[in-house]
Write a protein that binds this ligand. Structure first.
Ligand code: FES
Length: 107
């Protein structure tokens, strides 16, 4: 079971236990983390699950698909080189310790 950390814009870090196979978005919403809206329910249609991947982890994630890439251009908060949609990050043991930073807004 991977454990991942979300860092809020105010610097507060929350470490949560995720289930193998669920997305980072699902783990966040299941724990009522706040900061992730996920309006489309994980169907890569809303960009309200935007996160900034901690630099050390970026290269360890699978490459983003075209849909995710296009959606990130419309994210409410600034798109950065480490921007990803958390609904497209599937969790497994190899991502234990993953750190995701939350943007200051999702809308
Ligand atoms: Fe809508 Fe991720 S939850 S794009």
């Amino acid at each position: 079971m991977p454990s991942i950390t979300f860092v809020h814009p105010d610097g507060r870090a929350q470490r949560i236990d995720a289930r193998d196979g669920e997305s980072a978005m699902q783990a966040a919403t299941r724990h009522d983390l706040g900061g992730i809206l996920a309006e489309c329910g994980g169907n890569a249609m809303c960009a309200t699950c935007h996160v900034y991947v901690d630099e050390g982890w970026l290269a360890r994630l699978p490459a983003m698909g075209d849909d995710e890439d296009a959606l990130l251009d419309g994210a409410a908060a600034e798109r950065r080189a480490n921007s990803r949609l958390s609904c497209q990050i599937k969790l497994a043991a190899d991502l234990d310790g993953l750190v995701l930073n939350l943007p200051d807004r999702q809308l």
